[in-house]
Design a protein around this ligand. Structure first.
Ligand SMILES: Nc1nc(=O)n([C@H]2C[C@H](O)[C@@H](COP(=O)(O)O)O2)cc1CO
Ligand SMILES: [Zn+2]
Length: 160
């Protein structure tokens, strides 16, 4: 009798890899972000990535920044975390105490939305905007609202 495979990936790795797969769909040339929401039973509820609102064609969208707010992508893009919440078609009750896996630490606006959606823990990979105002406010939101956050690192993993 062959024994079981022992080198399976953890739930943390699994959900983060799903978030990474979502980020691969992003059309943003500078920063691609993916998010995966899992419930307390380790079931995936939803996935999202940063993109334009559905009425705006992301292939033709000018993906740049500008002094003119009408031509700055930041004013149009829906963040990965927000899309993951909005993509869910079930009851928000299902997200209570759940976890969001994000490839980049959330901004302050998404932090507030994640709190209101009932998310209990944020697991993130990158934190390239650490120390910026939005990043500090997001941390403050999580701290004040009792949402835990922790960074993970992925190891190389091939199928064997
Ligand atoms: N947590 C996040 N989730 C996201 O979906 N984003 C998105 C918004 C933009 O499309 C892009 C950031 O663009 P840039 O400022 O690095 O050129 O990533 C950004 C953050 C950072 O807080
Ligand atoms: Zn955000």
């Amino acid at each position: 009798m062959p024994g079981k495979r022992s080198n399976v990936i953890s739930w943390d790795e699994f959900f983060m890899r799903v978030a990474i797969a979502a980020a691969l769909r992003s059309k943003d040339p500078k920063t691609q972000v993916g998010a995966c929401i899992a419930d307390t039973n380790n079931r995936i509820l939803s996935v999202g990535y940063n993109g334009t609102p559905s009425g705006i064609n992301d292939d033709e969208f000018p993906w740049g920044t500008s002094d003119d707010p009408l031509f700055d992508k930041h004013n149009y893009v829906i963040h990965a975390e927000a899309n993951a919440i909005l993509n869910y078609r079930g009851s928000l009750k299902d997200m209570q105490g759940g976890r969001v896996y994000v490839t980049l630490f959330p901004c302050q606006e998404c932090a507030k939305m994640l709190v209101q959606a009932g998310i209990g823990e944020v697991v993130y990979l990158d934190d390239k905007y650490e120390g910026t105002t939005g990043n500090l406010v997001a941390r403050s939101v999580f701290d004040r609202c009792g949402v835990d956050y922790r960074q993970i690192h992925l190891r190389e993993q091939a199928l064997e």
